[in-house]
Every structure is written in structure tokens, then in C-alpha cells.
Design a protein around this ligand. Sequence first.
Ligand SMILES: *Cc1c(COP(=O)(O)O)cnc(C)c1O
Length: 454
Amino acid sequence: MKLSRLRAIPSVDKVLQALGDTGLPRPIVLDLVRRELQVLRTRKTIPDLEAVVARIRAVVFDVRTSRIQPVINGTGILVHTNFGRAPLGMDVIAAMSAVASNYSNLEYSLTRGARGGRAAYLEQGLAVLCGAEAATVVNNNAAALVLILRHFCRAAVNEVVISRGELVQIGGGFRIPDVLESSGAKLREVGTTNQTSLEDYARVITRRTALILKVHRSNFFMDGFVSSPLTEDIAALARKTRKRRIVFVEDLGSGAMFDTATVAGLEHEPTPAEVLGHGVSLVCFSGDKLLGGPQAGIIAGSRTLVAALKHEPLFRALRCDKLILSALEATVDAYLRGESGVAILEMLRVTNEDLRVRAERMIAALDGLPLAARVGTGPAQVGGGTLPRSVIPSLTVDLVHRTLKPQELATRLREQAIPLIGYIARGTLKLDLRTIFPRQDQDVLTAIRAASTL
Ligand SMILES: *Cc1c(COP(=O)(O)O)cnc(C)c1O
């Protein structure tokens, strides 16, 4: 790179011309070019046009790849938070797409020909699925929690009782104690990190207690000298306290609607129905973790409490849009009809024999490339901060390139038209087929071919 104090800064037009077609809308490119040239103006020395353009090209590439686009998930992490959590099944997409491209009866009763309730069918379906009197839905589980806290915590009655073992942080900097306090709740911590008893709860309950909150340890586990009271016992305590019922809420985090222990390698995750059966007044959980639907926060439980939450002014600010409602409705319908159509469930249930057939077919198709490909094994995980201790034995396509280091191969795979993301273990780049849809196998082969040929 030649540097010169005297060289003039190239004109915007000149740079644009040199860049050619970038695949980005022109106003964005123009903006990037102007910003970069502005930076150059502060420099003592100006690189030549070629260097300036190369630098801008790199910036353009960065911006272009930051656009939301599909990626192929070869990590074996099913609910990958960085990859958008649960992918939706094709039937769910079809339902969503029909609603998106047309007018719909979102808030219109077709029988009465007048304004109707929003999400009534979905709420009923969710209630049935959760074995609850009623259910409703907001933007995400964090919003569900905020809504619940705001509603039940009033000036004089604002204490939320929670075990010290449950003051957790969920991904993305979401800390339960911070959420509580920002919602106007006063934290009433009980017990210790590893031990909380029913008496610990009973001791702090006063006229100022608004609710008891139980937060499922969804993204970590504790072992050893650990104990906490049964949900049933806390529920009984909440019911009989000082002749007034205290609301008992459980944040389940994930919301598995089936017995996860039936999947090889998974532990049991409490279901909303189970928790409500134990006497919790309200349960809340995410729509896009183990449920496998779109981003949403579901609240289920007592009819009166759910109705009260829906009357809270904040509810309006947290409500879901029609696309989410239709996707969630189709997901819930799929469960009620017998579970096919939920992508996450299909990935959980696929057998390693099926994966092996695909792996061998793919490896055969990679013949002749400068890399060694073979079938391997690896631990798939639910991810998304759920079932942290559970590992699903899975199958991988293992790649070792003749000249590229695993990191270099990984970078090249990420740079493909449809980025392919795997993981590296013991010097091998591994692609877990459990999280790769069979319909993506051809794209995987295309990406590997393009990335491995130098
Ligand atoms: C994931 C999680 C949340 C946050 O849910 P979002 O839907 O991401 O807002 C809250 N609580 C628990 C226990 C969780 O695991």
C-alpha cells in the first residue's frame, strides 16, 4: 500500500464506480462510502484508490453478511439462541404466510359480522395444551414476567418472595432480580443458594407479600447438598396464608409440552400442565424454546388471573402481532393433533440410523475433494438455556482438509452463499446432521465443495 500526504481523497463517484455491484441497496453503499471517506479526511496520509476501495469492500461485505439470512446449523444445538432459536415447520410457515399476505379475521367475528376477540382460538388451544383454565400470550417470556410482576405488585403489596437459588441470569443479560426491581417489585430473598425450605418461605410472608415466584433452573443445574420445597407444598402455603390467597407464579423458561425423558439422552423437564397440576396459580414460558414455535411468552393458569392480566394497560404494549399469533396457533394445533409439523420435535426424534444413511450418502458425494470425510459422533444439545445437563447422542459428518486448518475451513464454510456453521473438536470440523434439515443436504455439499477447493 502506497501512502502519500499529498494524494487527494478519491471522490464518492469514483469509489462507487470501482466498487461495482455490491448486492446492497445504493443508499446504504453511498452512506458507507461517505463515512469511510470522512474517516480518511482525518488522516495524515491517504492510501491509494485501490487500498481505499479494498477497505470499503471489506466494510460492505461485513454489512452485507450482517443482513438476516438463513444459515445451516451444523452445531447440533437445536434451540440455538444466536441462530434464532426454534425454526418453524413448513405447515406453520404456510399458515403464517396466508395470514401475512391477506386480510384476516384478527379481531373480527365472522359469525357476528362485527369486532371480535383477538387470539381467542389460540388462547383456548393453549389452555387445553397446558391443562389450564385459561391462557394468553405476549411478546416473549421476559414480557410475560414483567406483565405479571407489574400487575400483582402494588404500592403497599409489592414483595416478591423468591429463593436465593433461583435469582438467575438468563441469556442476553436478563437477570431475574433486575427484572423484579424494574417492575416495581421488592425482592424478598429466602433460603440460601443451595438450600431453601418451606419454613424459609413461610417466615417472610406478610401483608406486603404480592406473590411467590419460582424460577425453573432452566439453564444450569446444581448438584450435591441441594434442596428446595416441592411445588405442591409452596402452593399449599400460598393458598392458606392469612386467609388471603397469595399468587404463586412459576417461570418455567422452556415450556416442554411432552415428556422430554422419552427422548434418549434427555432428562425430564417439567411441563406447564404438570406445574399447574401441582397448584401453581400461573405459569409462564417461551414460545420459541422447546415448544418449537415463534418468539412468544405464554401465560397459563387461573381464569380470573389471566383475565386480569389481559386488562392491564401494559398488556396492550406487549401483545403479539398477527404473524406470531398465526404461527403460534398453527404450532399449538400441531401439538393438539399429534405433534407432526413441529421442527424441533422432529429433530429430537430422528434416529441415528436415519442420520447415518444421510451421512454416508453425503460422504460418498464428497469423493474427489482435497479432504477426508467420515461419519463421526457428537453430543447434540437442546440449547437455548434448556436441559443443560442433557446430551443427545448424535451423528456428524467429520471433515479434515488436506491443507486448510479446521478454523480456516470453518471460516470458509461461513462465507458461503448459504453459510454453514459446524464446530471443531480434536482437530476435526464436525457437522451434526441432527440440526441440518434433510432438504439442506444438497446445500451442505455445495458449501463444502466451494469451501474446500482452493
Ligand atoms: C429463556 C428464559 C426466559 C426468557 O424468555 P424469553 O422468551 O427469551 O423472553 C425467562 N425465564 C427463564 C427461566 C428462561 O429460561
